[in-house]
Ligand binder design. Structure first.
Ligand code: NAD
Ligand code: MG
Length: 394
Protein backbone atom coordinates (compact mmCIF):
# COMPACT_ATOMS: atom_id res chain seq x y z
CA UNK A 1 0.00 0.00 0.00
CA UNK A 2 1.40 3.42 -0.92
CA UNK A 3 1.91 5.88 1.89
CA UNK A 4 1.42 9.62 1.58
CA UNK A 5 1.45 12.94 3.42
CA UNK A 6 -0.34 16.17 2.55
CA UNK A 7 0.91 19.57 3.68
CA UNK A 8 -1.85 22.17 3.50
CA UNK A 9 -4.62 19.56 3.41
CA UNK A 10 -7.39 22.02 4.36
CA UNK A 11 -6.76 24.33 1.39
CA UNK A 12 -8.06 24.31 -2.16
CA UNK A 13 -5.35 21.96 -3.50
CA UNK A 14 -5.35 19.91 -0.30
CA UNK A 15 -9.10 19.27 -0.43
CA UNK A 16 -8.97 18.31 -4.11
CA UNK A 17 -6.15 15.88 -3.30
CA UNK A 18 -8.31 14.35 -0.57
CA UNK A 19 -11.20 14.11 -3.02
CA UNK A 20 -9.08 12.08 -5.46
CA UNK A 21 -7.70 9.88 -2.69
CA UNK A 22 -11.21 9.12 -1.45
CA UNK A 23 -12.41 8.28 -4.95
CA UNK A 24 -9.43 5.91 -5.28
CA UNK A 25 -10.40 4.03 -2.11
CA UNK A 26 -9.31 6.34 0.72
CA UNK A 27 -7.86 4.63 3.78
CA UNK A 28 -8.31 1.24 2.05
CA UNK A 29 -6.01 2.26 -0.80
CA UNK A 30 -3.46 4.58 0.81
CA UNK A 31 -1.74 4.73 4.17
CA UNK A 32 -1.84 8.36 5.29
CA UNK A 33 1.14 9.46 7.35
CA UNK A 34 1.02 13.21 8.06
CA UNK A 35 -1.64 15.85 7.36
CA UNK A 36 -1.09 19.53 8.12
CA UNK A 37 -3.44 22.49 8.12
CA UNK A 38 -3.54 26.15 9.11
CA UNK A 39 -6.42 27.45 11.24
CA UNK A 40 -9.32 25.17 10.27
CA UNK A 41 -8.93 22.67 13.12
CA UNK A 42 -12.33 21.01 12.73
CA UNK A 43 -11.72 20.21 9.08
CA UNK A 44 -8.15 19.05 9.68
CA UNK A 45 -9.38 16.59 12.32
CA UNK A 46 -12.24 15.45 10.09
CA UNK A 47 -9.86 14.61 7.21
CA UNK A 48 -7.43 12.95 9.63
CA UNK A 49 -10.23 10.67 10.84
CA UNK A 50 -11.41 9.98 7.31
CA UNK A 51 -7.96 8.94 6.08
CA UNK A 52 -6.84 7.49 9.45
CA UNK A 53 -3.72 9.64 9.49
CA UNK A 54 -0.78 8.86 11.74
CA UNK A 55 -0.40 12.53 12.75
CA UNK A 56 -2.21 15.81 12.17
CA UNK A 57 -0.35 19.08 12.64
CA UNK A 58 -1.81 22.60 12.78
CA UNK A 59 0.14 25.81 12.19
CA UNK A 60 -0.51 27.63 15.46
CA UNK A 61 0.45 26.11 18.86
CA UNK A 62 -2.51 28.01 20.37
CA UNK A 63 -4.81 25.62 18.45
CA UNK A 64 -3.21 22.43 19.81
CA UNK A 65 -5.72 21.82 22.66
CA UNK A 66 -8.61 22.14 20.20
CA UNK A 67 -6.90 19.77 17.74
CA UNK A 68 -6.24 17.22 20.53
CA UNK A 69 -9.86 17.36 21.55
CA UNK A 70 -11.09 17.01 17.98
CA UNK A 71 -8.87 13.95 17.52
CA UNK A 72 -9.77 12.28 20.84
CA UNK A 73 -9.88 8.47 20.54
CA UNK A 74 -9.12 8.65 16.79
CA UNK A 75 -5.67 7.07 17.00
CA UNK A 76 -4.21 10.15 15.22
CA UNK A 77 -1.46 12.04 17.05
CA UNK A 78 -1.74 15.84 17.29
CA UNK A 79 1.04 18.43 17.06
CA UNK A 80 1.35 22.14 16.30
CA UNK A 81 3.71 24.85 15.11
CA UNK A 82 6.13 25.36 12.20
CA UNK A 83 8.72 23.06 13.78
CA UNK A 84 6.20 20.23 14.11
CA UNK A 85 5.12 20.77 10.48
CA UNK A 86 8.77 20.50 9.38
CA UNK A 87 9.24 17.34 11.48
CA UNK A 88 6.14 15.78 9.97
CA UNK A 89 8.09 15.84 6.68
CA UNK A 90 10.71 13.57 8.29
CA UNK A 91 8.17 10.76 8.60
CA UNK A 92 8.59 8.19 5.82
CA UNK A 93 6.02 8.52 3.03
CA UNK A 94 6.17 7.44 -0.63
CA UNK A 95 4.39 10.53 -1.93
CA UNK A 96 4.22 13.99 -0.40
CA UNK A 97 1.88 16.77 -1.50
CA UNK A 98 3.26 20.26 -0.85
CA UNK A 99 0.17 22.51 -0.82
CA UNK A 100 0.76 25.07 1.91
CA UNK A 101 0.39 28.57 0.46
CA UNK A 102 3.32 31.01 0.54
CA UNK A 103 6.93 30.81 1.65
CA UNK A 104 5.81 28.73 4.68
CA UNK A 105 5.62 25.75 2.30
CA UNK A 106 9.34 25.75 1.52
CA UNK A 107 10.77 23.99 4.57
CA UNK A 108 8.51 20.91 4.72
CA UNK A 109 8.89 20.29 0.97
CA UNK A 110 12.64 20.67 1.17
CA UNK A 111 12.80 18.25 4.12
CA UNK A 112 10.75 15.68 2.21
CA UNK A 113 13.16 15.94 -0.74
CA UNK A 114 16.16 15.63 1.57
CA UNK A 115 14.74 12.22 2.55
CA UNK A 116 14.43 11.27 -1.13
CA UNK A 117 10.62 11.33 -1.23
CA UNK A 118 8.58 12.00 -4.35
CA UNK A 119 7.27 15.54 -3.97
CA UNK A 120 4.07 16.64 -5.70
CA UNK A 121 4.73 20.37 -5.74
CA UNK A 122 1.80 22.77 -5.76
CA UNK A 123 3.62 25.30 -3.57
CA UNK A 124 5.19 27.31 -6.40
CA UNK A 125 6.79 29.64 -3.84
CA UNK A 126 9.31 26.84 -3.06
CA UNK A 127 10.76 26.99 -6.58
CA UNK A 128 10.52 30.78 -6.74
CA UNK A 129 12.29 31.40 -3.45
CA UNK A 130 14.78 28.53 -3.44
CA UNK A 131 14.75 26.87 -6.85
CA UNK A 132 18.49 26.21 -6.91
CA UNK A 133 18.42 24.63 -3.45
CA UNK A 134 15.32 22.59 -4.16
CA UNK A 135 16.53 21.18 -7.48
CA UNK A 136 20.01 20.45 -6.08
CA UNK A 137 18.52 18.64 -3.06
CA UNK A 138 16.27 16.54 -5.29
CA UNK A 139 19.20 15.69 -7.59
CA UNK A 140 21.49 14.77 -4.68
CA UNK A 141 18.88 12.45 -3.14
CA UNK A 142 17.52 11.07 -6.41
CA UNK A 143 14.14 12.46 -5.35
CA UNK A 144 11.51 13.37 -7.90
CA UNK A 145 9.57 16.62 -8.02
CA UNK A 146 6.26 16.33 -9.87
CA UNK A 147 4.85 19.76 -10.76
CA UNK A 148 1.23 20.34 -9.75
CA UNK A 149 0.78 23.89 -11.02
CA UNK A 150 -1.43 23.38 -14.10
CA UNK A 151 1.01 25.11 -16.46
CA UNK A 152 4.02 23.17 -15.24
CA UNK A 153 2.17 19.88 -15.26
CA UNK A 154 1.16 20.68 -18.85
CA UNK A 155 4.76 21.41 -19.85
CA UNK A 156 5.99 18.30 -18.02
CA UNK A 157 3.49 16.22 -19.98
CA UNK A 158 4.34 17.92 -23.29
CA UNK A 159 8.01 17.13 -22.64
CA UNK A 160 7.47 13.41 -21.97
CA UNK A 161 9.94 11.50 -24.15
CA UNK A 162 11.42 14.72 -25.58
CA UNK A 163 14.93 16.10 -25.36
CA UNK A 164 14.98 19.40 -23.42
CA UNK A 165 17.81 20.53 -25.73
CA UNK A 166 15.30 20.58 -28.61
CA UNK A 167 13.01 23.03 -26.81
CA UNK A 168 12.94 26.41 -28.49
CA UNK A 169 10.42 28.08 -26.19
CA UNK A 170 7.90 27.49 -23.48
CA UNK A 171 4.62 29.36 -23.74
CA UNK A 172 2.78 29.87 -20.47
CA UNK A 173 -0.91 30.58 -20.88
CA UNK A 174 -2.66 33.01 -18.54
CA UNK A 175 -6.39 33.55 -18.14
CA UNK A 176 -5.81 37.23 -17.41
CA UNK A 177 -7.72 36.92 -14.13
CA UNK A 178 -10.88 38.55 -12.87
CA UNK A 179 -10.13 42.10 -14.05
CA UNK A 180 -8.75 41.40 -17.51
CA UNK A 181 -11.51 43.24 -19.36
CA UNK A 182 -11.66 46.24 -17.05
CA UNK A 183 -10.59 49.64 -18.38
CA UNK A 184 -7.00 50.28 -17.29
CA UNK A 185 -7.87 53.40 -15.28
CA UNK A 186 -10.46 51.49 -13.19
CA UNK A 187 -7.94 48.91 -11.93
CA UNK A 188 -6.57 51.16 -9.19
CA UNK A 189 -9.98 51.08 -7.49
CA UNK A 190 -10.58 47.31 -7.78
CA UNK A 191 -11.75 45.76 -4.51
CA UNK A 192 -10.74 42.41 -3.03
CA UNK A 193 -14.16 40.94 -3.90
CA UNK A 194 -13.82 42.07 -7.52
CA UNK A 195 -10.30 40.65 -7.86
CA UNK A 196 -11.56 37.35 -6.38
CA UNK A 197 -14.17 36.77 -9.10
CA UNK A 198 -11.98 34.51 -11.25
CA UNK A 199 -13.61 33.61 -14.58
CA UNK A 200 -12.32 30.01 -14.92
CA UNK A 201 -10.50 28.55 -11.94
CA UNK A 202 -11.72 27.98 -8.36
CA UNK A 203 -8.61 28.43 -6.21
CA UNK A 204 -7.45 29.69 -2.82
CA UNK A 205 -7.94 33.39 -2.08
CA UNK A 206 -4.29 34.43 -2.38
CA UNK A 207 -3.57 32.81 -5.75
CA UNK A 208 -6.85 34.16 -7.13
CA UNK A 209 -5.81 37.76 -6.38
CA UNK A 210 -2.36 36.93 -7.78
CA UNK A 211 -4.08 35.77 -10.98
CA UNK A 212 -5.85 39.11 -11.35
CA UNK A 213 -2.57 41.02 -10.91
CA UNK A 214 -0.60 38.37 -12.86
CA UNK A 215 1.83 38.12 -9.98
CA UNK A 216 0.84 34.47 -10.24
CA UNK A 217 2.10 34.30 -13.84
CA UNK A 218 5.25 36.19 -12.82
CA UNK A 219 5.91 33.54 -10.16
CA UNK A 220 5.27 30.87 -12.80
CA UNK A 221 7.85 32.36 -15.18
CA UNK A 222 10.42 32.02 -12.39
CA UNK A 223 9.09 28.56 -11.50
CA UNK A 224 9.46 27.46 -15.16
CA UNK A 225 13.03 28.65 -15.30
CA UNK A 226 13.98 26.87 -12.08
CA UNK A 227 12.16 23.62 -12.70
CA UNK A 228 12.95 23.07 -16.39
CA UNK A 229 16.32 24.85 -16.32
CA UNK A 230 15.44 26.79 -19.47
CA UNK A 231 16.92 30.14 -20.51
CA UNK A 232 14.37 32.72 -19.26
CA UNK A 233 14.42 34.52 -22.62
CA UNK A 234 12.75 31.42 -24.05
CA UNK A 235 9.79 31.66 -21.68
CA UNK A 236 6.80 33.52 -23.11
CA UNK A 237 3.44 34.46 -21.61
CA UNK A 238 0.24 34.66 -23.61
CA UNK A 239 -3.23 35.61 -22.43
CA UNK A 240 -5.68 32.83 -23.26
CA UNK A 241 -9.01 33.75 -21.67
CA UNK A 242 -10.64 30.31 -22.03
CA UNK A 243 -7.98 28.46 -19.95
CA UNK A 244 -8.35 25.39 -22.15
CA UNK A 245 -4.71 25.21 -23.24
CA UNK A 246 -2.76 24.92 -19.99
CA UNK A 247 0.60 25.74 -21.57
CA UNK A 248 2.70 24.83 -24.61
CA UNK A 249 6.17 23.74 -25.59
CA UNK A 250 7.67 24.89 -28.90
CA UNK A 251 10.41 22.72 -30.39
CA UNK A 252 13.36 23.37 -32.73
CA UNK A 253 11.40 22.08 -35.72
CA UNK A 254 8.61 24.60 -35.20
CA UNK A 255 6.14 22.12 -33.72
CA UNK A 256 4.17 23.22 -30.69
CA UNK A 257 2.80 20.68 -28.21
CA UNK A 258 -0.19 22.09 -26.34
CA UNK A 259 -1.81 20.51 -23.30
CA UNK A 260 -5.59 20.88 -23.32
CA UNK A 261 -8.31 20.08 -20.85
CA UNK A 262 -11.01 21.63 -18.74
CA UNK A 263 -9.72 23.98 -16.04
CA UNK A 264 -9.83 21.61 -13.06
CA UNK A 265 -6.85 21.27 -10.71
CA UNK A 266 -7.77 17.64 -10.10
CA UNK A 267 -6.10 16.94 -13.45
CA UNK A 268 -2.56 18.03 -12.47
CA UNK A 269 -3.05 16.69 -8.91
CA UNK A 270 -4.28 13.34 -10.23
CA UNK A 271 -1.53 13.18 -12.84
CA UNK A 272 1.06 13.59 -10.07
CA UNK A 273 -0.74 11.08 -7.84
CA UNK A 274 -0.85 8.39 -10.54
CA UNK A 275 2.42 9.20 -12.29
CA UNK A 276 3.93 7.54 -14.30
CA UNK A 277 0.61 5.85 -15.00
CA UNK A 278 -2.52 7.61 -16.20
CA UNK A 279 -5.71 6.68 -14.39
CA UNK A 280 -9.28 7.86 -14.97
CA UNK A 281 -9.96 11.24 -13.36
CA UNK A 282 -13.32 12.89 -12.60
CA UNK A 283 -12.67 15.97 -14.73
CA UNK A 284 -15.15 17.26 -17.32
CA UNK A 285 -14.29 16.22 -20.87
CA UNK A 286 -13.89 18.94 -23.49
CA UNK A 287 -16.58 19.39 -26.09
CA UNK A 288 -14.53 21.03 -28.83
CA UNK A 289 -17.46 21.71 -31.16
CA UNK A 290 -19.23 23.52 -28.37
CA UNK A 291 -16.07 25.47 -27.49
CA UNK A 292 -15.65 26.38 -31.18
CA UNK A 293 -12.91 28.98 -30.67
CA UNK A 294 -9.81 29.49 -28.58
CA UNK A 295 -8.44 33.01 -28.40
CA UNK A 296 -5.06 34.51 -27.55
CA UNK A 297 -3.68 37.98 -26.97
CA UNK A 298 -0.35 39.47 -25.96
CA UNK A 299 -0.25 40.58 -22.31
CA UNK A 300 -0.27 44.34 -21.73
CA UNK A 301 2.65 45.14 -19.41
CA UNK A 302 1.02 48.39 -18.24
CA UNK A 303 -1.94 46.39 -17.00
CA UNK A 304 0.29 43.65 -15.59
CA UNK A 305 3.50 45.29 -14.25
CA UNK A 306 4.31 42.03 -12.38
CA UNK A 307 5.23 40.48 -15.75
CA UNK A 308 7.79 43.24 -16.32
CA UNK A 309 9.20 42.91 -12.79
CA UNK A 310 9.74 39.15 -13.04
CA UNK A 311 12.06 39.65 -16.03
CA UNK A 312 14.48 41.58 -13.82
CA UNK A 313 14.17 38.88 -11.16
CA UNK A 314 15.17 36.07 -13.54
CA UNK A 315 18.00 38.24 -14.88
CA UNK A 316 19.47 38.73 -11.39
CA UNK A 317 18.54 35.13 -10.38
CA UNK A 318 20.03 33.99 -7.02
CA UNK A 319 18.08 35.36 -4.07
CA UNK A 320 16.02 37.75 -6.20
CA UNK A 321 13.18 35.21 -6.38
CA UNK A 322 13.02 34.99 -2.57
CA UNK A 323 12.92 38.80 -2.37
CA UNK A 324 10.28 39.08 -5.09
CA UNK A 325 8.01 36.48 -3.49
CA UNK A 326 8.34 37.89 0.03
CA UNK A 327 7.66 41.46 -1.13
CA UNK A 328 4.68 40.19 -3.11
CA UNK A 329 3.29 38.37 -0.05
CA UNK A 330 3.51 41.55 2.01
CA UNK A 331 1.90 43.64 -0.75
CA UNK A 332 -0.90 41.07 -1.11
CA UNK A 333 -1.52 41.07 2.66
CA UNK A 334 -1.77 44.87 2.60
CA UNK A 335 -4.19 44.80 -0.32
CA UNK A 336 -6.33 42.16 1.42
CA UNK A 337 -6.35 44.30 4.57
CA UNK A 338 -7.46 47.37 2.61
CA UNK A 339 -4.22 49.27 3.25
CA UNK A 340 -3.17 49.74 -0.39
CA UNK A 341 -4.89 49.67 -3.78
CA UNK A 342 -4.81 46.87 -6.36
CA UNK A 343 -2.23 48.55 -8.61
CA UNK A 344 -0.12 49.58 -5.59
CA UNK A 345 0.95 45.97 -5.08
CA UNK A 346 3.39 46.13 -7.99
CA UNK A 347 4.67 49.50 -6.77
CA UNK A 348 5.44 48.04 -3.34
CA UNK A 349 7.31 45.10 -4.85
CA UNK A 350 9.25 47.30 -7.28
CA UNK A 351 10.29 49.75 -4.55
CA UNK A 352 11.36 46.92 -2.25
CA UNK A 353 13.40 45.26 -5.04
CA UNK A 354 15.03 48.56 -6.02
CA UNK A 355 16.14 49.17 -2.47
CA UNK A 356 17.41 45.62 -2.11
CA UNK A 357 19.35 45.61 -5.38
CA UNK A 358 21.19 48.72 -4.19
CA UNK A 359 22.95 46.20 -1.89
CA UNK A 360 24.76 43.25 -3.48
CA UNK A 361 23.16 40.20 -1.94
CA UNK A 362 20.25 39.73 -4.40
CA UNK A 363 22.48 37.96 -6.91
CA UNK A 364 23.92 35.52 -4.36
CA UNK A 365 23.08 31.90 -5.24
CA UNK A 366 20.01 30.48 -3.50
CA UNK A 367 21.84 27.37 -2.34
CA UNK A 368 21.66 27.76 1.46
CA UNK A 369 18.35 27.79 3.34
CA UNK A 370 19.63 30.42 5.82
CA UNK A 371 20.37 32.84 2.95
CA UNK A 372 16.92 32.32 1.48
CA UNK A 373 15.18 32.84 4.82
CA UNK A 374 17.30 35.91 5.60
CA UNK A 375 16.42 37.45 2.22
CA UNK A 376 12.76 36.59 2.73
CA UNK A 377 12.87 38.44 6.07
CA UNK A 378 14.75 41.46 4.71
CA UNK A 379 12.44 41.81 1.71
CA UNK A 380 9.38 41.70 3.98
CA UNK A 381 10.82 44.61 5.97
CA UNK A 382 11.55 46.64 2.81
CA UNK A 383 8.12 45.89 1.37
CA UNK A 384 6.39 46.86 4.63
CA UNK A 385 8.26 50.18 4.53
CA UNK A 386 7.24 50.74 0.92
CA UNK A 387 3.61 49.88 1.70
CA UNK A 388 3.61 52.25 4.67
CA UNK A 389 4.79 55.08 2.38
CA UNK A 390 1.94 54.44 -0.03
CA UNK A 391 -0.52 54.18 2.87
CA UNK A 392 0.56 57.68 3.95
CA UNK A 393 0.65 59.39 0.56
CA UNK A 394 -2.17 57.53 -1.26
P1 NAD B 1 -5.24 27.75 0.21
O1 NAD B 1 -5.09 29.07 0.85
O2 NAD B 1 -6.57 27.30 -0.24
O3 NAD B 1 -4.66 26.61 1.21
C1 NAD B 1 -3.41 26.73 1.80
C2 NAD B 1 -3.18 25.65 2.84
O4 NAD B 1 -2.01 26.00 3.60
C3 NAD B 1 -4.31 25.53 3.88
O5 NAD B 1 -4.34 24.21 4.36
C4 NAD B 1 -3.84 26.49 4.96
O6 NAD B 1 -4.43 26.22 6.20
C5 NAD B 1 -2.36 26.20 4.98
N1 NAD B 1 -1.53 27.29 5.48
C6 NAD B 1 -1.64 28.60 5.17
N2 NAD B 1 -0.68 29.31 5.78
C7 NAD B 1 0.06 28.41 6.50
C8 NAD B 1 1.20 28.52 7.35
N3 NAD B 1 1.79 29.71 7.59
N4 NAD B 1 1.70 27.40 7.89
C9 NAD B 1 1.13 26.21 7.67
N5 NAD B 1 0.05 26.04 6.88
C10 NAD B 1 -0.48 27.12 6.30
O7 NAD B 1 -4.18 27.71 -0.98
P2 NAD B 1 -4.28 26.89 -2.35
O8 NAD B 1 -5.00 27.69 -3.34
O9 NAD B 1 -4.67 25.48 -2.10
O10 NAD B 1 -2.75 26.93 -2.80
C11 NAD B 1 -1.76 26.11 -2.23
C12 NAD B 1 -0.49 26.24 -3.05
O11 NAD B 1 -0.73 25.69 -4.33
C13 NAD B 1 -0.04 27.68 -3.28
O12 NAD B 1 1.35 27.72 -3.30
C14 NAD B 1 -0.61 28.01 -4.64
O13 NAD B 1 0.14 29.00 -5.31
C15 NAD B 1 -0.48 26.67 -5.33
N6 NAD B 1 -1.43 26.48 -6.42
C16 NAD B 1 -2.75 26.48 -6.17
C17 NAD B 1 -3.65 26.31 -7.20
C18 NAD B 1 -5.13 26.24 -6.95
O14 NAD B 1 -5.88 25.95 -7.86
N7 NAD B 1 -5.62 26.47 -5.75
C19 NAD B 1 -3.18 26.16 -8.52
C20 NAD B 1 -1.80 26.17 -8.74
C21 NAD B 1 -0.93 26.32 -7.69
MG1 MG C 1 -0.78 27.97 -12.43
Amino acid sequence: MRSLSIFGVTGSIGEQTVDLICRAGGAQAFRTVALTGGRNIARLAEIARLLRAEIAVCADPADLPALREALAASGTEAAAGPQAIAEAADRPADWVMSAIVGAAGLVPGLRALAHGRTLALANKESLVTAGQLLMATAAAQGARILPVDSEHSAIFQALAGEDIAAVERIILTASGGALRDWPLEALARATVAEALAHPNWAMGQRITIDSASMFNKALEVIETREYFGIDPDRIEVIVHPESIIHSMVGFADGAIMAHMGSPDMRHPIGYALNWPARAPLPVARLDLAQLATLTFRAPDLTRYPALRLCREVVRIHGLAGAAFNAAKEVALDRFLAGGIGFMDMAGVVETALDRLSAGESLGKAATALEDVLAMDHLARTRAAEAAAMIGKTG
